[in-house]
Design a protein around this ligand. Structure first.
Ligand code: XMP
Ligand code: MG
Length: 174
């Protein structure tokens, strides 16, 4: 089977959107410090580019979220394989996610951070597929709203491939 990728959001469009997104974020946080908490692995390219617009007000940290269990089961079981290193108690945390699909991952992460005592938890996702939502949750900042297609590139993978592409494309099999 041949995999083909059709560009959905090109490199220039991504970088331009990152600039406007970073302006929104900087305005909302004013001069307050905050932690950009990246969900690995998919969010890492987005974090790297977005964080470089933040000046020195942001620190960065990582979590790794895994879902297990039957893919056909909606809720699945989500667990944290890698915990944040920074103390997040009383801090403002901005979750950096590659994509929000069913919303289960984001729901889990927000709850985890709130239980850890974060003062405010917000979310910034590069991509959002609202038509797939199973949990009533929305990101505070969204780069692009996309249709229900499987996408790769700019951090997103298929079997660990394609993360390094500078654009987001729709993956199909021929
Ligand atoms: P949920 O459903 O919990 O899932 O919101 C979010 C995670 O699912 C993965 N995901 C994708 N990965 N292309 C990908 O490469 C996609 O189109 C896609 N849709 C969901 C991704 O890991 C995300 O963090
Ligand atoms: Mg992810």
């Amino acid at each position: 089977m041949n995999e083909t990728i059709q560009v959905l959001i090109n490199e220039v469009e991504i970088q331009e959107r990152l600039l406007s997104l970073s302006e929104e974020i900087k305005k909302d946080y004013a001069e307050r410090p905050f932690i950009m908490l990246c969900a690995l692995t998919g969010g890492v390219i987005f974090l790297a580019d977005l964080s470089r617009h933040m000046g020195d007000r942001a620190t960065i940290d990582f979590v790794r979220v895994s879902s297990y269990g039957d893919k056909t089961e909606t809720s699945g079981t989500i667990s944290l394989d890698c915990h944040p290193k920074l103390d997040i108690k009383g801090k403002e945390v901005l979750i950096i996610e590659d994509i929000i699909d069913t919303g289960h991952t984001l729901f889990f992460l927000k709850k985890y951070l709130q239980e850890k005592g974060a003062a405010v938890v917000r979310t910034c996702a590069l991509l959002d597929k609202p038509s797939r939502r199973e949990v009533d949750i929305a990101a505070d900042y969204v780069g692009f709203t996309i249709p229900d297609k499987f996408v790769v590139g700019y951090g997103l993978d298929y079997a660990q491939r394609y993360r390094t592409l500078p654009y987001v494309g729709v993956l199909s099999f021929k």
